[in-house]
Structures are given as structure tokens and as C-alpha cells.
Design a protein around this ligand. Structure first.
Ligand code: C5P
Length: 208
């Protein structure tokens, strides 16, 4: 069993970028677990199945081969929204549990980021971070990112999407988004990526 770092937080909190940088720093593997839920949603949409078809969603989760999926078809706000719909299905979460735990077990270590890593997937993680930022700041970052890619929805609509996703992720009954009791809170509202990384590495280095 390697060293496990669990990183949870809401949409657009910067936890993905941060997790990638933490993993690179220590030479650990990194899994963006949101991609698993996005891939399940993608498989359903490709088969013209509704996102609340529990049987089809469970089958898709078991059959999932992330390595064969084109990541560019999983990114984007609509897929995040679709992922958040399939992620409320307990059978989907159960089907994805073992592969996340297997990933976490590799040497010399692994960083997993998502919503329930510290609470459900890796409750014994060596380090748990809960990365957040105000909804307005997350919407500003997401809006800037979308603009740089040529898409320009109004800031207000980006903020409304973020609030809706927060409510769904925190309000669902199966593995809702919440900070584990032993997680360290990292609020990045006023931090740049380098400052957030330095703060995260300081937390990890204390334990390693
Ligand atoms: O992090 P990302 O935006 O890619 O996640 C997409 C959706 O997948 C989230 O809104 C959430 O509903 C779901 N998810 C989850 N558990 C995780 C990771 C993502 O429920 N560990």
C-alpha cells in the first residue's frame, strides 16, 4: 500500500489542477475520479439511454474502460452536469468503488480527487484535503476558462450552473459532498495556484 492523498471539493474549486501538481511533485499517480462519472454518462448518451436508467448506468459503470475513452468528449459543462445526474445512482457508485480503491493502493503513492474520496473511497487516506473557494470565485475562474476556449456564456449563467451542481452534489443521499472530519480545509478564494500548491505541500510534508 502506497501513500494516499484524498482531495475533495466542489466543482471548479481548482482541486483537479492542484491534485495533478501534488502528484507530479511526489511522483505519485493521479486519478480525477470525476472522469469515471463523466464516462458513465457519456456511454449512456452514446447509447441514447436516459441518464436515470439505473440498470444501464450500472452496466456502463462495470464495463467502463477509461483508457479507451477520448477525454475531450468527457470535458465540458454539459458532461459535468450529466455526470452529476448519474452519480446520484448508488449502484453506479458501488460499481466504481473497487477500481478507485485499487488505484489508491499503488506504490509509491496516489492522489485521487473527487467528492467522496476522504469520506467513502479512502477513509484511511494518509492526507485529506478539502479544497474550496467561494461560488463567485469559482464561477469567475470557470467563466475565464470558457472564454479562453472561445465559448462565452454569461457570468451569471455560469454562477447559476455552479450553484445548481453544488446543491445536487451536497444534497444527494448517496455519498454527498462533505468535508471529512479529519480533512484539512484549503480555501483558495484568494490564493493563486502556486500559493495553493505550497499550502497543500506543507500539509502533506508534515505527515510524510
Ligand atoms: O469533478 P467533476 O466536475 O469532473 O465531476 C463531475 C460530477 O461527477 C460531479 O458534479 C459529481 O456529481 C460527480 N462526482 C462524484 N464523485 C466523485 C467525483 C465526481 O459524485 N468522486
Amino acid at each position: 500500500m502506497g501513500f494516499v492523498i484524498a482531495v475533495d471539493g466542489p466543482a471548479a474549486s481548482g482541486k483537479g489542477t492542484l491534485s495533478k501538481r501534488i502528484a507530479a511533485h511526489y511522483g505519485f499517480a493521479h486519478l480525477d475520479t470525476g472522469l469515471l462519472y463523466r464516462a458513465v454518462a457519456r456511454l449512456l448518451l452514446d447509447k441514447n439511454r436516459p441518464l436515470d436508467d439505473e440498470k444501464a448506468a450500472q452496466a456502463a459503470a462495470f464495463a467502463l474502460e477509461l483508457a479507451y475513452m477520448d477525454e475531450s468528449r468527457l470535458r465540458g459543462a454539459e458532461m459535468g452536469e450529466a455526470a452529476s445526474r448519474v452519480s446520484i445512482i448508488p449502484a453506479v457508485r458501488a460499481a466504481l468503488l473497487d477500481r478507485q480503491r485499487e488505484f489508491a493502493a499503488q506504490a509509491p503513492g496516489a492522489v485521487l480527487d473527487g467528492r467522496d474520496i476522504g469520506t467513502v473511497i479512502c477513509p484511511d487516506a494518509d492526507v485529506k484535503l478539502f479544497v474550496t473557494a467561494s461560488a463567485e470565485e469559482r464561477a469567475r475562474r470557470r467563466h475565464r476558462e470558457l472564454e479562453s476556449r472561445g465559448a462565452a456564456p454569461a457570468y451569471e449563467s455560469v454562477l447559476a450552473d455552479i450553484r445548481a451542481r453544488d446543491a445536487r452534489d451536497a444534497g444527494r443521499s448517496s455519498a454527498p459532498l462533505r468535508q471529512a472530519e479529519d480533512a484539512v480545509l484549503l480555501d483558495t478564494t484568494t490564493l493563486g495556484i502556486e500559493e495553493a500548491l505550497a499550502a497543500a505541500l506543507a500539509v502533506v510534508d508534515k505527515v510524510r
